[in-house]
Ligand binder design. Structure first.
Ligand code: B12
Length: 340
């Protein structure tokens, strides 16, 4: 079916039960309430399929696109461009991967008609990375993402849960050693300790998942050079394994549609709902909605460092039709006042 990685884990309780509860108790999930739901199943995959789950077939699909991110690229040279995280430059992976998994599921059903199964990509109550580590697809890095010494970390995970008792693969071993580059590079300190990401501090959460304004203390990180207007890959960009082993993707369905890796900030700020929905049909950017993207690009435009910038942001605060964007503009203005 073209998956780049595949492995089997037995359905089992997580060995990080306490860590997960601590993470929730500290509020690190922010507004992603679904992470606190269905904990019986989320923390013990034997409970999936109404208690009939025996094995989980984990798959991985490489999505690395080799657009450069460093010096000389539009997002770095041009302050009017903002970077889109690599995973979001093509068509949304959820449906594409689910369709491929369903082909596999149909094949299994044809051979084992009595077997129950369910496919998940992202949305199910399953700890995909921990399960994938047990299935031998790679190891959980200190940035909490799954890493593999053939593919790096730019790959999606998907799962087929089945009632069939399949023979499990050998779990993968960690190769992170004493390296802390991901922790050191995160501009907001979101990796609060190895293997723990406080989502509330993560640029990915701040620019995609949360629907409110981006607090002033994160503006420098969003508007850095390059600015990041949808998701963030810094913890992966600095990883020696990711750098060494990433190879360009081979799934045309999720190929990058944004060759520069970045979008024009002003065009997005001025985009109409029709333009946005036509330009980004089927794209992960839709998750942030137009108003979320406009909030992000405004936050990326700067901190009101010059008089021109301040005047522009003050105008947005008065005239932009989205309430969220006007409120974001006021946060930038307040922030500029505070920092003199
Ligand atoms: C919620 C979520 C987010 C949240 C929270 C991130 C997080 N780290 O949990 C936000 C919005 C911030 C996010 C961001 C991103 N995400 Co996300 N996300 C998810 C989702 C839906 C659930 C993850 C989850 O359950 N989190 C809850 C926390 C508590 O779980 P955890 O970090 O695994 O915590 C465990 C470990 O830390 C462990 N632990 C504690 N101590 C120790 C010690 C050791 C030694 C070990 C090994 C483990 C360990 O205990 C915890 C309990 O098990 C998954 C899909 C899925 N269902 O799994 C995708 C997923 C993890 N995301 C993915 C991607 C691509 C991203 C981004 C790269 C996107 C981007 N470019 O912006 C960023 C990366 C940021 C980062 N460093 O995590 C991919 C990752 C693929 C891969 N190769 O790993 C996934 C698997 C989606 C997919 N199907 O492909 N994401």
């Amino acid at each position: 079916m073209g998956f780049h990685m595949v492995g089997v884990a037995s359905a089992a309780p997580t060995i990080f039960h306490e860590e997960y509860h601590r993470w929730l108790a500290q509020g690190m999930h922010g507004s992603m309430e679904y992470l606190a739901r269905n904990l019986d199943r989320r923390l013990d995959s034997r409970m999936l399929l109404d208690g009939a789950a025996k094995s989980i077939l984990m798959v991985g699909v490489n999505y690395y696109s080799d657009e450069r991110e460093g010096p000389g690229t539009p997002a770095t040279c041009n302050p009017r461009e903002g970077l889109i995280a690599r995973y979001a430059r093509g068509t949304d992976y959820h449906e594409v991967m689910l369709s491929a998994l369903r082909v596999l599921e149909n094949w299994v059903s044809a051979h084992y008609p009595e077997a129950l199964s369910r496919c998940y990509v992202d949305t199910g109550p399953l700890l995909e990375r921990e399960t994938a580590q047990r299935a031998g697809l790679g190891w959980v890095g200190k940035h909490t993402l799954l890493l593999n010494n053939e593919w790096g970390s730019y790959f999606f995970l998907g799962a087929m849960v089945t009632s069939l008792p399949l023979e499990p693969d050998e779990p993968a071993q960690s190769h992170c050693g004493t390296c802390t580059r991901c922790i050191d590079a995160c501009p907001t300190g979101a990796i609060t300790e190895p293997y723990v990401v406080d989502a509330r501090l993560c640029l990915s959460y701040l620019t995609i998942e949360q629907k409110e304004t981006i607090p002033g203390r994160f503006l420098k990180a969003v508007s850095g050079s390059p600015s990041r207007v949808f998701g963030c890959d810094i913890c992966q960009e600095v990883c020696p394994f990711t750098n060494r082993f990433s190879k360009p993707m081979t799934w045309p369905q999720i190929e990058s549609r944004i060759p520069s890796g970045s979008i024009n900030l002003i065009s997005m700020l001025n985009s109409t709902p029709q333009q946005f929905s036509e330009q980004f049909r089927g794209s992960p950017l839709k998750r942030a909605k137009l108003r979320g993207m406009q909030r992000n690009v405004l936050a990326a435009m700067g901190n009101g460092d010059s008089a021109d910038e301040l005047a522009f942001i003050a105008d947005v605060a008065e005239t932009h039709e989205e309430d969220l964007v006007r409120r974001q503009a006021n946060i930038i203005l307040d922030n500029a006042k505070e920092s003199g």
